[in-house]
Design a protein around this ligand. Structure first.
Ligand code: GFB
Length: 319
């Protein structure tokens, strides 16, 4: 990618898109295209087509998606499958029609089967049943990978895909009903600390394990891949993670220690656990010259700082 290439970061206000935008800026890219969702609704084909005709982006980071934690996936399965399929369909078709040079599609580690050998290798895709709590979302993301592969095969395009593990960081969603676990726990623990409450309620049993990657590390991987590899060289798609996971109960304790909260944790077992484990095998991305740089402790410290600054500015984070 030349430094003045026209690069469209779709979803630049979100957790992942904002990190990609920051990374591209700091790497010296000068021609970044962005649109807020009220300016361009990527679910609407007419809007997407006129945007592509008008601006003719050369490169695309497709980080726009409907995402959410385990409960949001359970409550809004129709939106999770429909919005994601629509966004992918519209953007990939427009990219092909306007001869975009290269595109990076963001998937998710939930595309892999529920009962998977650990760590999860890329080749395990479509070898078993999916985790029911996020099947509609996972099906949409699998369709995205397969669309990239199909266009590459038939039209010789260069559409790469990455499968990130659970991402967290600045610009995450801290709404307790729809958030992923890490931002939800940061908010719950800080509110309990500040209000002098000696108990925090977690969902499920606390036993499932998850792998967490800071959004800035993911952005670094995405830009590295777009700069240095074709889709063919990476074999279509690649896992991006740390390769290490942690039990939810241990994560809660870690966040509490960092935030200076001494209270205890209780578990609401009416809420689902989801998949027991989904630790990614990261040998492939490591062999492509990328490794996660930020420790979980440092990433949590940075995210807490961001959250506290936002709370100061807004009085309260989005309810
Ligand atoms: O991050 P999370 O919502 O989603 O939940 P998944 C991870 C684990 O943390 C589950 C537990 O076992 C939750 O029950 N947990 C404990 C909590 N307390 C809380 C809490 O206060 N809030 C939340 N949200 N969880 C999502 C998928 O799965 O991961 C998506 O649904 C996507 O499709 C995403 O793949 C990365 O890790 O289970």
């Amino acid at each position: 990618m030349l430094k003045h290439a026209k690069i469209f970061v779709a979803g630049h206000t979100g957790l992942v898109g904002s990190a990609i935008y920051r990374k591209l800026q700091s790497a010296g890219y000068t021609n970044l295209l962005t649109q807020r969702s009220y300016e361009l609704d990527l679910r609407q084909p007419e809007q997407v087509n006129s945007f592509f005709d008008k601006y003719r982006p050369e490169y695309i980071f497709l980080a726009a998606a409907r995402v959410g934690g385990i409960d949001a996936n359970r409550l809004y399965p129709a939106e999770f499958i429909t919005d994601n399929l629509s966004i992918q369909l519209n953007v990939l078709q427009a990219a092909h029609r306007t001869s975009v040079q290269k595109l990076l599609f963001l998937g998710s580690s939930c595309i892999y089967p529920k009962e998977c050998a650990q760590p999860i290798k890329e080749e395990y895709l479509l070898t078993g049943k999916l985790e029911p709590t996020n099947e509609p979302y996972a099906i949409a993301k699998i369709a995205g990978i397969k669309m990239c592969e199909a266009y590459n095969r038939q039209y010789n395009t260069d559409y790469l895909a990455v499968m990130p593990t659970n991402i967290y960081g600045a610009h995450d969603n801290f709404n307790l009903e729809t958030a992923h676990v890490l931002p939800a726990l940061i908010r719950k623990i800080i509110e309990a600390r500040d209000e002098g409450v000696d108990e925090v309620k977690l969902w499920g049993t606390g036993r499932p394990k998850r792998e967490f990657l800071l959004s800035d590390d993911l952005a670094d991987a995405c830009v590295h891949l777009m700069e240095s590899y074709t889709s063919e060289q990476i074999g279509g798609f690649v896992n991006v993670g740390t390769g290490e996971d942690i039990a939810i109960s241990d994560l809660a304790r870690k966040i509490a220690d960092i935030a200076g909260y001494q209270g205890r944790f209780v578990y609401d077992q009416d809420k689902p656990d989801g998949v027991e484990r989904k630790r990614l095998d990261v040998q492939k991305i490591n062999a492509l010259g990328w490794k996660a740089q930020t420790s979980l402790t440092s990433g949590i410290e940075q995210t807490i700082r961001w959250y506290e600054q936002q709370s100061l500015h807004t009085g309260a984070i989005r309810k």
